[in-house]
Design a protein around this ligand. Sequence first.
Ligand SMILES: Cc1cc2nc3c(=O)[nH]c(=O)nc-3n(C[C@H](O)[C@H](O)[C@H](O)COP(=O)(O)O)c2cc1C
Length: 212
Amino acid sequence: MNEVKEMIKRPIPIDKEVSWDKTKTIMSKTDLYGTIEYANEVFVDVCGYEDYELMAQPHNIVRHPDMPKVIFKVLWENIQKGNQFHGIVKNLAKSGRYYWVITNFEYSRDENGNIVNYIARRKAVPEEVITKHIEPLYKKLLQIEQASGVDASEKYLIGFLEEEGLSYVELVTKLMIENQKTEELQQIQHDAVVKGTEEEEKKGFFSRFFGL
Ligand SMILES: Cc1cc2nc3c(=O)[nH]c(=O)nc-3n(C[C@H](O)[C@H](O)[C@H](O)COP(=O)(O)O)c2cc1C
């Protein structure tokens, strides 16, 4: 029987972020073509589609128009080879709001080692990684794509990565690690200041107490 699933109408993007619990993991499983076979509850909650709306739909159901095509090209080139891959993606919820995620891919294979399913796990991305690094790069890629096509944006991306001396995955990894280090440093500095203030307070107490 030839059952045609009714196409979901694309939401109109609005420049507002989905508010969601960023400690959670969004998970989905697809076939080799990116058709959704499973979505966890977090995915359903964050994207705003019911699971019956997601099942058997292409994963581009959450594709955001701000995403340059070349990033998906890189994504598919990597996952088809079964590489370890982390991509940063802006997604579009049913409400038109956006949510940024970093994705990790896992592969389920048959007895001959051929990939049969993709499993994607996504976490929220630190704000600074997006605003300082990823958004400016993606905006540039999208502009180039709109003016001159994907080949041109791919050339730009290759040039950008060559200058950094990194692959896309290495860039993403570097940004995430740098961000974590900065946050840890800020925490250490914060703790030192708090401790310093406590020390000052104690000193102040004793100097007052002893009339020094
Ligand atoms: C497991 C898996 C998860 C994916 N997750 C997303 C996602 O969260 N957002 C997205 O826009 N595309 C995702 N994609 C890529 C889409 O399949 C698709 O290539 C992309 O949305 C671009 O749309 P297009 O191929 O129609 O241009 C995923 C693909 C796979 C295999």
